[in-house]
Design a protein. Structure first.
Length: 323
């Protein structure tokens, strides 16, 4: 018998109780495709068909009915184990949440809403600057949650992370305020032809961001600016960029810098797929609150909508696949 991941059993129970994949996926805040994939994987590992599926109907097979009480006992034991190592008075330990930057961001908006939803859970912000580095910290147990483009991580790292789609973030370019393009309200990608744009080249913490820029600039005669000293903090970043004077690839809500302007990119509108990631199999009420907050905000603000004619390196997905 293989070692069964609690996540697979949790997905199975949600479908068993809802008898509807779409409702079960919404309940778990995962994509229906990811949930279906998890159920199929569980069926393969058990060597049993658990559901009879049709276009209009889902029902448990005899093997599925037999699994239900066992799955509930396993998940209850898993929750009891987690509670045994919780903090004083049964409270969950603080959750360390990387926001990437100490400034306005989608991740900060999600964190602030999660704190409202779960006031009794301690959600501690951290600022690791780059998902490549943050993912390694998560897998080492020194960090719990981060946000970024998971599709830019190595496949072996992605396979050890769970993730929740948050937003397709529109990209922008940060320009010195006396740059010829600074007077435009939006900057067409073609206007950057011949420019060298800074996108974290040489920074081992942000490889997923440089990879995004390379994909976006390919065939457009836009160069990746050479490595610059890795700056820690807003003031150091501003100072280094003022010396190099290269445009900087950023998101539309990137922190505002003195002496520069942030202009959305258009024609096409490039999108960066932003996911929330955490170590596979870890469960914590703070993660639940963050996922609920992300789903609520995405629905309210259209964060997961893809505008016609936009560009993106890959689709957002839940679970452990590409995206």
């Amino acid at each position: 018998m293989p070692d069964l991941e609690p996540r697979l059993l949790r997905g199975f129970l949600a479908v068993a109780e809802e008898l509807h994949f779409t409702r079960a996926a919404a309940r778990l805040y995962v994509a229906q495709q990811a949930l279906s994939r998890d159920v199929r994987r569980l069926e393969r590992e058990l060597g049993a068909e658990l559901f009879v599926r049709s276009t209009r109907h889902v029902e448990l097979t005899p093997d599925g009915q037999r699994l239900v009480p066992h799955a509930r006992r396993v998940l209850r034991a898993h929750e009891e184990l987690a509670a045994a190592f919780a903090g004083p008075a049964g409270h969950a330990r603080p959750l360390l949440v990387d926001l990437n930057t100490d400034g306005p961001s989608t991740a900060r908006t999600v964190l602030e809403r999660a704190r409202e939803l779960a006031p009794g859970v301690e959600l501690m912000a951290r600022f690791e600057s780059g998902l490549t580095h943050a993912a390694a910290e998560i897998l080492a147990g020194r960090l719990d949650v981060s946000f970024g483009r998971a599709g830019g991580l190595p496949a072996g790292v992605r396979a050890r992370l769970d993730r929740h789609p948050v937003r397709y973030e529109p990209l922008a370019v940060l320009l010195p305020d006396d740059h010829p393009l600074a007077g435009l309200e939006t900057v067409p990608l073609a206007a950057l032809t011949g420019e060298s744009v800074y996108a974290g080249a040489g920074n081992p913490r942000t490889l997923e961001w440089t990879d995004l820029a390379e994909a976006l600039f390919e065939g457009r005669d836009i160069k990746i600016a050479p490595p610059a000293p890795v700056a820690v903090g807003k003031e150091e970043f501003r100072r280094v960029m003022a010396k190099t004077r290269n445009p900087v690839l950023a998101t539309v809500d990137f922190v505002r810098m003195p002496g520069s302007v942030n202009r959305p990119l258009v024609d096409p509108v490039p999108l960066s797929p932003l996911s929330m990631v955490w170590r596979r199999g870890v469960h914590h009420p703070g993660i639940d609150a963050l996922r609920t907050a992300a789903a609520e905000l995405a629905a309210a603000h259209g964060w997961l909508d893809v505008p016609a004619g936009s560009w993106r390196p890959e689709p957002l997905t839940s679970g452990t696949g590409r995206g």
